[in-house]
Write a protein that binds this ligand. Sequence first.
Ligand code: PNS
Length: 160
Amino acid sequence: MKAVYPGSFDPMTYGHMDIIKRASEIFDELTVSVLNNVSKKALFSVEERVAILKEATKDMPNVRIDSFSGLLIDYAKANDIHVVVRGLRAITDFEYELQTAQTNRMLSKGAVDTMFLTTSLEYAYLSSSSVKEIAAFGGDISPCVPNFVADLINVKYNRA
Ligand code: PNS
């Protein structure tokens, strides 16, 4: 069975990698897809985010990296994918994720369902926005992202 793990991935963190690794062990093929959201100001371009994800997953043969714009269910349908994977860190994620999952199920007339993986406890506190904030103020982001990603982030903040 195929699944899609959608997100902004701006940038990808160890929390995302944890979900990618575990979902890739459950599904035959996992597509990690970066949302091309024109209204959201991003640190990395979609192309850069795709390149980072490709590098981080190069040893995972059943993981494919892609990007999409528009509705997730239209992308899923076009790729013949019926399962969306999302990670849940804490109760604060729940309301948004529940609403999105139910909306996607309604919009797709039941064709696209969502499965949640609970984030490993060691990454439960991690978010892309806090990683960016730490980096912007010169803090150490090495516990949050792979070294090559930390270097790319620090270049963006002129801290390399
Ligand atoms: O990493 P994020 O920003 O939490 O990911 C959110 C994402 C990309 C999964 C979500 O915003 C999404 O699927 N956007 C595509 C637009 C869409 O399908 N919206 C309908 C559901 S409300």
